[in-house]
Design a protein around this ligand. Structure first.
Ligand code: HEC
Ligand code: HEC
Ligand code: HEC
Ligand code: HEC
Ligand code: HEC
Length: 451
C-alpha cells in the first residue's frame, strides 16, 4: 500500500483548508428547491445539468466504487470532494454511496454550495472554502433579496472559481488527470474570455448577453448568467432524460471545431489532407475526463454508385472505434507503464495529442484507387465525439445496455474524378474517350441530317 501516508496527508490538508469555525452540517445548506422559489428560471437550467447529478451520475458512482475497492477506501474523500462538496464538508462522506447522505448532499454541485464559497485556496483538487454567514455571493454589487444577504464576489466572475475543481492532479503521483483550467490559462482566451462567458451565456464560444431577471421578484438586468453548465456530455444527460441539456451538448460540440478536406489523385493513389481546427473550445479539445472521452477522424470513400471501398475510423460490431483511427486523447500509464483508464492508478502520462485552443491540426491519409472503379469517387471526412468507449460503458451498465451517441462535430466532402486523362498519365482516360465518342455521334448526325 505505498502512497498511503501521502494520500492521508493530502486529504487532511484539503479538509483543513475547507474548515470554517464550527462543524459544518448539511442542514446549514438550503436545498435547491428553496432557491427555486425566487430563482425558478436558474433552477430549471441547473436541474438536469451534470453539476446537479455529480453525485448520482451512474458513471461516476461506478468509478467511485471501483476506486474505493481497489484502494481500500483511500480515494473516498478525495473523489467525493468535487462531486458532492456538501457531503464531504458535512462529514457524511466517507463512507461513499448514499446510505448516510442527506437529500441536499446528494444534489451534487448546487446553488447553496457555489454561492456560499467565499474563498479559494488555489487551483485544483477542490480548493474551496465556504462561509455560512447568510450571504449569497454573486456577480452583482447592488443586489437585494428578502431572504438572504447578497455580496459581490470577484472570484465568482473568474475562471479561478471553476479551476478549483476543473483541475485534478493525482494526490500521490501528481500526474495531471484533468487540466482544463491550466489549458485555458496557457491559451489564447486567458485575457479575453472566462469559463463563465462560454459556459454560462448563450454564446457557446464567446460572451453573449442574456438580458432578463435573476429573480422573479428582482429588477431587469442587462445580463443574467445561465446555469445549464453544458459541456460535451450527450451520453449521461441522455441516460437521465435531460433532453434540453443533451441537445445543448450536441450544439456545443458542433460549435467547437471545423474540418476541411482536400482529396487529390496521385497516379493510382488518393491523397487526402484533413485539417481540424479547434475554433470554439477555450481549452484543449477534448478536455476534462480525457482518458475516457473519444474524439476521432472517420473517413469513407464511395464510388459513383455509392459502393463504399475505403473506411477508417468506423465502429466495429462491438461498438469499438477502429484502432487505426486518428484519435485525440490522453493515455495514462499505470505502475508498469501500461495504458489505464483508472485514474487512481496513474503514475505517468504516456501521451497527449489533443488540439490546443485555436490550433489547426493537419492529418494525411491515402488509399489505393481500385482499378476500374466507377467514378467520380466521393470522399467524406468527419470529426466524431463520444463520451466514453463502449467497453467502458459495457463494464458499468452491462453489454450493449447503454450506447453513447456518436456526435459529428464537423465534416466535409470532396470528390476525385477518375477515369479521365490525369495530367501525369499518358493514356486517355474514360472521359476523353466519352467526349470523342460524342463528337463522332454529333458529326454522324450532322452528316445524316445534311443528306
Ligand atoms: C424570497 C426570494 C429568494 C429566495 C428564496 C432566494 N433568493 Fe437569491 N435573490 C433574490 C432576489 C430578489 C435577488 C436579487 C436579484 C437581483 O439583484 O437582480 C437575489 C439575488 C441572489 C444572488 C445574487 C447575489 C449577488 O450579489 O450577485 C445570488 C447568488 C442568490 N440570490 C442566490 C440564492 C440562493 C443560492 C438561494 C437558495 C439558497 C436563493 N438565492 C434564494 C431572492 C431570493
Ligand atoms: C458551479 C457553481 C454554481 C452553481 C451550482 C450555481 N451557481 Fe449561480 N452562479 C455561479 C456563478 C459563477 C455566477 C456568476 C457568473 C459570473 O459573474 O461570471 C452565478 C450567478 C448567479 C446569480 C446571479 C444572476 C446571474 O445568473 O448572473 C444567481 C441569482 C444565482 N447564480 C443563483 C443560483 C441558483 C438559484 C442556483 C441553483 C439552482 C445556482 N445559482 C447554482 C455559480 C453557480
Ligand atoms: C465543486 C467543484 C466544481 C466547481 C466549483 C465547478 N465544477 Fe463544473 N463540474 C464538476 C464536476 C464534478 C463535474 C462532473 C460531474 C459528472 O460528470 O458526474 C462538472 C461538470 C461540468 C460541466 C459538464 C461537462 C460535460 O462533460 O458535459 C461543465 C460544462 C462544467 N462543469 C463547467 C463549470 C464551470 C464553467 C464552472 C465555473 C463557473 C464550474 N464547472 C465549477 C465540479 C465543479
Ligand atoms: C471560448 C469558449 C470556451 C471557454 C473560454 C471555455 N470553454 Fe469549456 N467548452 C467549450 C466548448 C465549445 C466545449 C465543447 C468541446 C469540448 O468538449 O472541448 C467545451 C467543453 C467543456 C467541458 C466538457 C469536456 C468533455 O468533453 O468532457 C468542460 C468540463 C469544460 N468545457 C469546462 C471549462 C472550464 C472549466 C473552462 C475555464 C477554465 C472552460 N471550459 C472555458 C467552450 C469554452
Ligand atoms: C478536483 C475535482 C475532482 C476530483 C478530486 C475528482 N473529480 Fe471526477 N470530475 C471532475 C470534473 C470537473 C469532471 C467533469 C469533466 C468532464 O466532464 O470532462 C469529472 C468527471 C468525472 C467522471 C465522468 C462522469 C461522466 O458521466 O462522464 C467520472 C467517472 C469521475 N469524474 C470519477 C472520479 C473519480 C473516481 C475520482 C476519484 C478517483 C474523481 N472523479 C475525482 C472533478 C473531480
Amino acid at each position: 500500500m505505498r502512497g498511503i501516508i501521502p494520500i492521508v496527508a493530502i486529504v487532511c490538508t484539503l479538509l483543513a483548508g475547507s474548515m470554517v469555525a464550527g462543524a459544518i452540517e448539511s442542514s446549514d445548506f438550503d436545498d435547491p428547491t428553496v432557491c427555486k422559489g425566487c430563482h425558478a428560471e436558474i433552477y430549471n437550467q441547473w436541474d438536469g445539468s451534470m453539476h446537479s447529478i455529480a453525485y448520482t451520475d451512474p458513471v461516476y458512482l461506478a468509478e467511485e466504487e471501483m476506486a474505493s475497492n481497489e484502494t481500500d477506501g483511500l480515494t473516498d474523500t478525495y473523489c467525493a470532494r468535487c462531486h458532492t462538496p456538501i457531503g464531504v464538508l458535512s462529514g457524511e462522506v466517507p463512507p461513499i454511496g448514499h446510505e448516510n447522505m442527506s437529500e441536499v448532499s446528494k444534489k451534487g454541485i448546487q446553488c447553496d454550495f457555489c454561492h456560499n464559497v467565499n474563498k479559494s485556496t488555489g487551483i485544483g483538487n477542490g480548493a474551496f472554502m465556504v462561509a455560512l454567514d447568510g450571504f449569497k455571493r454573486g456577480p452583482y454589487e447592488d443586489s437585494k433579496s428578502p431572504s438572504h444577504g447578497s455580496m459581490f464576489s470577484d472570484l465568482h466572475t473568474k475562471s479561478e472559481f471553476c479551476g478549483m475543481c476543473h483541475e485534478t492532479h493525482h494526490p500521490v503521483t501528481g500526474i495531471p488527470i484533468e487540466e482544463t483550467y491550466t489549458e485555458w490559462k496557457e491559451g489564447p482566451y486567458n485575457t479575453t474570455t472566462q469559463c463563465q462567458d462560454c459556459h454560462m451565456t448563450p454564446g457557446i464560444t464567446h460572451f453573449e448577453a442574456n438580458p432578463g431577471k435573476a429573480s422573479g421578484i428582482g429588477p431587469e438586468r442587462d445580463h443574467v448568467y445561465t446555469h445549464y453548465f453544458v459541456g460535451g456530455n450527450a451520453a449521461v444527460t441522455g441516460v437521465i432524460g435531460s433532453e434540453v441539456h443533451q441537445q445543448m451538448a450536441e450544439e456545443r460540440l458542433k460549435s467547437a471545431a471545423t474540418l476541411a478536406l482536400e482529396a487529390e489523385k496521385k497516379v493510382t493513389e488518393a491523397e487526402l489532407t484533413v485539417k481540424v481546427t479547434n475554433v470554439g473550445a477555450g481549452h484543449k479539445l477534448p478536455t476534462g475526463l480525457t482518458e475516457a472521452r473519444e474524439v476521432w477522424i472517420e473517413i469513407m470513400a464511395t464510388d459513383a454508385s455509392g459502393k463504399e471501398f475505403y473506411h477508417v475510423g468506423g465502429l466495429d460490431s462491438d461498438g469499438e472505434v477502429d484502432p487505426d483511427a486518428v484519435m485525440y486523447r490522453v493515455v495514462l500509464g499505470d505502475a508498469s507503464g501500461n495504458p489505464t483508464v483508472k485514474v487512481w492508478e496513474a503514475e505517468s502520462l504516456l501521451s497527449d495529442n489533443r488540439i490546443f485552443p485555436k490550433e489547426t491540426r493537419v492529418e494525411q491519409f491515402s488509399f489505393a484507387i481500385p482499378e476500374g472503379v466507377n467514378g467520380p469517387i466521393t470522399v467524406e471526412a468527419k470529426l466524431n465525439y463520444r463520451s466514453a468507449s463502449q467497453k467502458l460503458l459495457d463494464s458499468i451498465f452491462g453489454k450493449g445496455k447503454v450506447v453513447a451517441p456518436v456526435i459529428e462535430m464537423a465534416g466535409a466532402e470532396d470528390t476525385i474524378e477518375v477515369g479521365k486523362k490525369a495530367p501525369d498519365e499518358g493514356v486517355p482516360g474514360f472521359e476523353s474517350i466519352f467526349a470523342l465518342l460524342s463528337l463522332l455521334v454529333v458529326a454522324y448526325m450532322v452528316r445524316r441530317n445534311g443528306k
